[in-house]
Design a protein around this ligand. Structure first.
Ligand code: UDP
Ligand code: MG
Length: 314
């Protein structure tokens, strides 16, 4: 059997304080493993010395690779690029700040050897993060789970291992504002979790200010749920029903003039308008879905076809 290669993809944005430690820790880890490793650092337009540190490290370690973005495109896009450049039989995505412990990779590989094609890290504990971050993340993952039909596991970030076959499928998905952890759930295949304790950031501060957190959350919801588009329909229907009820009560009580009429018109007309917006939303949702051009289905395996028919394999 030829030796397995594992790619580790690390998105980097202004991490010069921690990068030397990250590189050293990973190289020590990798040296003790039986597999081949490549470390792909995706510099997401850092304005500090991050790229220089990676370039220097390349002189000592042949397995380090650098993809340098021309500007800051964002964490999710950096991960997407890293997966595209990776050549390993399995790809591990992890943060560059060592919050995701490298030892967990061995547990992920063990599950991969069992036949799982996606092994995601599930955080059982998060050290050193603010109450706000933990609570908002907790609520967000549960809200998203309720809003979507895709089984996106709760309390998991982007720390995960994916098999080459899954990576090839992801490479064909070319969405604006990708929500990578959702897409990986969406593609399917055999998935499982390994639990781990998420450590405190060793140095530097979070590159996820509230603005970026909100964007990530909205990307997650709008990529995997049409519920917000349907809200207008529900509100509109409710209001219209209420308006008609007011009209009926007015009729029954003989309150046909002035305020009664105005209340009736105001409530039922607003309902009608909202309902119409909801109808527009429904069509917009279909256009939005179509514009993402996700594959209609993903085939994991076919049997009994001749090679020429293998195009059915996405
Ligand atoms: N990151 C990135 N681009 C960005 C923001 C963050 O590539 O615009 C990287 C960052 O360097 C880190 C990972 O994404 O490796 C996660 O970011 P961070 O640790 O700041 O997020 P937190 O752990 O606080 O949620
Ligand atoms: Mg972090």
């Amino acid at each position: 059997m030829t030796q397995e290669t594992i790619s580790i993809v690390l998105p980097v944005f202004n991490e010069h304080e921690i990068l030397p430690t990250t590189i050293q820790t990973l190289e020590n880890f990798v040296a003790a493993q039986s597999q081949n490793y490549e470390l792909i650092f995706v510099d997401d337009g850092s304005s500090d010395y991050s790229a220089t540190i990676i370039e220097h490290a390349r002189q000592h370690y042949a397995n380090i690779k650098l993809v340098q973005f021309a500007r800051n495109f964002g964490h999710q896009i950096a991960i997407t690029a890293g997966i595209r450049y990776a050549s390993g039989d399995a790809i591990v995505v992890m943060d560059a700040d060592l919050q995701d412990p490298p030892e967990v990779i061995n547990a992920m590989i063990a599950q991969w050897h069992q036949g799982y094609q996606v092994v995601y890290g599930k955080r059982v504990q998060r050290d050193g993060e603010t109450w706000f971050k933990k609570t908002s993340a907790h609520l967000f993952y549960r809200l998203l789970a309720r809003l979507t039909d895709v089984a996106i596991p709760t309390d998991t970030g982007d720390f995960r291992l994916i098999d080459r076959q899954v990576a090839e499928v992801l490479k064909r998905i070319n969405e604006d504002d990708p929500y990578v952890r959702g897409l990986i759930s969406w593609v399917g295949f055999r998935q499982t979790a390994v639990s781990y304790e998420r450590h405190e950031r060793l140095a530097g501060e979070s590159k996820y200010p509230l603005r970026k957190m909100i964007k990530l959350a909205l990307d997650g919801i709008t990529s995997f749920s049409e519920v917000p588009l349907k809200l207008a329909t529900w509100f509109g229907g409710g209001l219209l029903g209420g308006g008609l009820l007011i009209g009926l009560i007015n009729l029954l009580t003989g309150n046909l003039g002035g305020t009664g009429l105005i209340a009736f018109l105001l409530v039922s007309l607003s309902g009608l308008i909202l309902l119409t917006i909801g109808v527009l939303g429904a069509y917009l949702g279909r256009i939005f879905t179509a514009s993402r051009q996700r594959p209609l289905y993903i085939v994991a395996k076919t049997e009994g076809f001749r090679q020429s028919n293998s195009h059915t394999l996405t």
